[in-house]
Design a protein around this ligand. Structure first.
Ligand SMILES: CC(C)(COP(=O)(O)O)[C@@H](O)C(=O)NCCC(=O)O
Ligand SMILES: [Mn+2]
Length: 919
């Protein structure tokens, strides 16, 4: 076995499995429909292959995981022969402009919008399920905004031509066209783009000349406030504190956001009291800002750029030039007034008493002294203004900060020092883009301000060529160019950096008055860039309505801010990489192109891991679920849309072949044994998990069915977490207690093959038999070997061939609309059956964040009174602690030793059956 290739092993498994009678080896008759279809298919040998060959095979989604553009009613307009004909999208909102700018003294900030690509949907099935769920399109909210993405990019103002080239090559200035005429290459002669900042005036003619567009100027303060309000309301992990090198995200209650002080540190500094949307007043400011640091720094150090100056400060020691309290007081504190010896008494003060020239001071020390002088000053004035107006919160934005840890620590220290701990400085991840975002929001009809937190998903693609928002060279056209760009870096022996470059974690040391820890030599040249990704706008996402308390809900069980956990999971995921790349490349035919993409994927994902290892909070709050999703997104970025496709197909086939025998065995049991056997079956079949190293090793030791049987045999109760009796009592009743007749159950299914076919489908069938409508909730996009909503109807259709209950329910639920046309036994009456339905969950990850689910799922949830979450990803890594307003059953086999120890004080392959009655 060891010497066989994976494909050969799988083929062998499939052949063997077709010869094995599942659980009851003495029986060979079938269950529900009592026919010999399985046998016939076995005799056909390849019959299963033929019928099932396309399960999952046509489910390639060419889009990112959160849909979508409204293509309903799309039609080609005009001549069909024409190349790139105009496509009419009658249901799409129109007149969306694609670009807005903030042209400042030193930087141009650009926010632009790109549409999501479409993806295949089985409209007929969707329509029937919508009807069953009572969803009418008329009752749904219509969204004024397109599904799409917001990109954040910046340029040096001195390189404005690069910016113009970028806009031109991406045709961003043509974005104001009517979206109903969505046609590549169509340009708009009279295009207008919104811009703010002084450069909107200064460069208006240049834009007209180079791009033929007019600039519509937007008020800078308006834009800053609109941008900040949008970010603080719509982005979950936007604001954070930064003290002594430690970053902590702050959860802002949207209903308690106002008033606050917004301090925007650009070339100069504005302090704005914000009382609501569009309600603000510029209460103060200072002319000592980013321009001062850069201007003085350039004169004093001969640095060529702001970033170079900032980088210099990393290696600086300001004590050589600043006059400290200790210098005045003979090395001692001035404790009577609370000043330590290391407090700066006078910035640059030492220079007056020493007989030195500029050349005698190290540029590093000058830069640090300047940075501290300016940051303290801004922090202090800000606090005094907050005090003046009784404001609790101060948010700092603007490109002076640049995600630079030391700058943030210094400002934080000043605020804390002067407020005696009563006030706290907060920073914004999109700090530099407030104005540009605000300008973007000033377009009418985009509806951006209607968007809510749950409709935005931030992703971090390997953002070449604009790493962390910074453009290097011309924009890349396609994936091929992106990979070439990465390869070039590899050839040059340069480490590829993840999209968000690092900033050093430890900085000021004690009380913010020490020298920053000397990180200069390992600091990359792009050290002080932004922590921003691409913002996906998905108006169709909703909060799962059955969450007991969405405000306190936290999907992740494992918090990776614990360094031990972080290191463990990083090692695990790095260890999985070579195997995953092999699978991904094989799934694309093993071509040279696939190998090249596989290599690029491995490098990109490793770069993400390295980046997050250095700064876990770089992409926002990090949990294990985020990491697992990042891996799937990264695969999709390099066009691996379903790496486990063939494994899923073969496991489906092998499992479907033994399903009839399993159903027959189950049907021979009394009610109580049956329910227990079904739950045991779900837990046992959850062993088929290609994301677990231990399980994958296990697969070498037998066929799918052998492993399944072995797993079933080991299902001894009590399980490590065992609430089966409570669930059993709820379902079947006992003594005085009446059985609970669930109306609708949502089954969040997990893996393909035995897991869905021999585990969850039989459980669904039992619920249907007991009078419960069943909704199978599956992934929108592939992730590992998870079954997707696209694949499920065909699997159900195959299963239904052997089972009347499933067939009637699937027909009633609209699942057999396309798939069952070859069934000829004439039973078409489904009117009296309870439906079995499938809805997509809105994500493409092994885990699920219930704050952001598809609107279909949210609709299906409204009448549900039972939620079953299955698998490690959905019920342990995420949602283990989630509370629901209806009964919930969490079922999983723990396939990782460390998790078993941590979470349930148990061992690998222990099981969890957690039943939680409605809150
Ligand atoms: C990715 C998974 C959550 C998928 O588990 P599932 O939800 O399919 O039960 C799980 O395989 C996992 O946590 N794997 C990584 C750890 C390991 O290799 O043990
Ligand atoms: Mn899974």
């Amino acid at each position: 076995m060891d010497n066989l290739t994976e494909a050969q092993q799988l083929q062998q498994q499939q052949q063997q499995s077709l010869q094995i009678d599942c659980l009851n080896e003495n029986t060979n008759s079938n269950s529900d429909n009592k026919n010999s279809k399985t046998q016939r298919e076995q005799e056909r040998g390849g019959g299963g292959e033929k019928d099932m060959g396309h399960i999952g095979g046509n489910s390639i989604h060419r889009s990112s995981s959160r849909p979508q553009l409204d293509l309903s009613g799309a039609a080609i307009q005009g001549n069909f022969e024409e190349r790139d004909p105009t496509i009419l999208l009658p249901n799409q909102s129109d007149d969306i402009s694609h670009l807005a700018l903030d042209i400042g003294g030193s930087l141009i900030k650009l926010v632009y919008f790109s549409r999501h690509e479409d993806r295949p949907v089985n409209d007929r099935i969707k329509r029937t399920i919508k009807e069953r769920l009572g969803i009418s399109n008329g009752s749904r909210r219509s969204y004024p905004i397109l599904g799409g993405r917001l990109h954040f990019v910046k340029f040096e103002t001195t390189n404005i031509n690069e910016c113009l080239d970028f806009i031109s090559s991406k045709q961003l200035h043509c974005g104001g066209m009517d979206a109903r005429l969505w046609h590549s290459g169509v340009s708009n002669e009279n295009a207008v783009i919104k811009a703010t900042g002084g450069g909107a005036f200064k460069y208006a003619d240049l834009f007209k000349e180079r791009l033929g567009v007019s600039i519509e100027k937007e008020d800078e303060m308006n834009c800053l406030v609109a941008g900040a309000n949008f970010l603080l309301k719509a982005i979950r992990h936007e604001a954070f504190t930064h003290m002594e090198g430690h970053k902590a995200f702050v959860q802002i209650d949207h209903n308690d956001l106002f008033p606050y002080l917004l301090v925007n540190i650009g070339s100069g500094v504005s302090m704005i009291k914000v009382d609501g949307d569009g309600k603000f007043q510029r209460v103060s400011g200072t002319n000592v800002g980013g321009g001062t640091y850069w201007g003085l720094g350039r004169l004093l150090t001969k640095c060529k750029s702001f970033d170079e100056l900032l980088e210099l400060s990393q290696r600086g020691d300001n004590r050589t030039i600043d006059m400290l309290v200790g210098d005045i007081y003979g090395g001692t504190d001035y404790s009577k007034i609370g000043l330590s010896a290391s407090t700066i008494a006078s910035s640059f003060g030492k220079a007056i008493s020493e007989n030195k020239e500029l050349e005698d001071y190290r540029p590093e020390d000058i830069s640090l002294s300047l940075l501290r002088m300016i940051s303290y000053n801004i922090g202090q004035i800000s606090y005094l203004n907050a005090l003046r107006f009784g404001l609790k919160r101060i948010f700092f934005g603007g490109f002076f900060i640049r995600g630079h840890a030391y700058t943030m620590d210094t400002i934080s220290f000043a605020v804390q020092f002067w407020s005696k701990g009563a006030a706290q400085a907060m920073f914004l991840r999109h700090e530099g883009f407030l104005g540009a975002l605000g300008a973007f929001m000033s377009y009418e009809k985009h509806g951006l301000d209607d968007l809510m937190v749950h409709q935005l998903v931030e992703r971090f693609p390997m953002g070449a060529p604009y790493i962390g928002g910074n453009v290097h060279g011309p924009p890349l056209g396609d994936l091929n160019e992106k990979i070439s760009w990465m390869e070039k870096f590899i050839l040059m022996g340069t480490e590829i950096t993840a999209p968000v470059p690092m900033s050093p974690p430890g900085t000021t040391g004690l009380g913010g008055f020490e020298v920053p820890s000397s990180k200069g030599d390992i600091l990359r040249s792009d050290a002080s860039k932004l922590n921003v990704g691409v913002l996906h706008l998905v108006p169709t996402l909703e909060v799962f309505p059955l969450l007991a308390d969405p405000k306190t809900y936290e999907p992740n069980t494992i918090d990776l801010s614990d360094p031990g956990e972080l290191e463990y999971w990083f090692t695990v995921l790095s260890g999985h990489l070579p195997d995953l790349v092999d699978k991904a490349v094989a799934s694309e035919g093993g071509t040279d192109d696939a190998k090249r993409r596989g290599d690029a994927f491995a490098r990109a994902f490793s770069a993400h891991l390295a980046r997050l290892m250095e700064e876990p909070a770089a992409y926002g709050k990090l949990g294990l679920a985020n990491l697992l999703e990042l891996r799937e997104e990264c695969l999709r970025e390099f066009h691996f849309f379903d790496a486990y496709r063939s494994i899923k197909q073969r496991e489906n086939e092998a499992s479907l072949a033994v399903l009839p025998d399993l159903l027959m065995e189950i049907d021979s049991m009394d009610e109580e044994t049956r329910l227990l056997t079904l739950i045991e079956g779900v837990l046992a079949a959850n062993i088929f998990d290609w994301g677990s190293r231990a399980c994958v090793d296990l697969y070498h030791e037998g066929t799918i069915i052998e492993i399944y049987k072995m797993s079933r045999k080991k299902m001894q109760r009590p399980w490590r977490v065992d609430d089966f009796d409570a669930f059993n009592e709820r379902v079947l009743g006992s003594g005085e207690k009446k059985p609970c007749q669930y109306k609708r159950a949502l089954l969040f299914v997990d893996n393909s093959g035995a897991d869905i076919v021999l585990g969850m489908l039989p459980l669904a069938r039992e619920l249907l038999r007991r009078g419960t409508e069943v909704v199978l909730v599956a992934n929108s996009l592939p992730a590992l070997n998870d079954v997707t909503a696209m694949e499920l109807p065909e699997i159900v259709a195959e299963a239904a061939k052997h089972c009347d209950i499933l067939r009637r329910a699937a027909e009633a639920g609209g699942l057999l609309v396309d798939a069952m046309i070859n069934i000829q036994d004439g039973t078409k009456d489904s009117s009296s059956s309870l439906p079995l339905m499938v809805v997509e969950n809105g994500c493409g990850s092994p885990c699920i964040d219930l704050r952001q689910v598809s609107s279909e799922l949210a609709d299906a949830a409204k009448d549900a009174d039972l939620v079953i979450l299955e698998g490690m990803g959905r019920s342990l890594h995420t949602n283990f602690n989630a509370k629901f307003t209806c009964d919930a059953l969490k079922l999983a086999m723990v396939k990782n030793q460390r998790l078993a120890e941590k979470l349930i004080n148990g061992n690998i392959y222990d099981c969890v059956c957690r039943f939680e009655p409605a809150c």
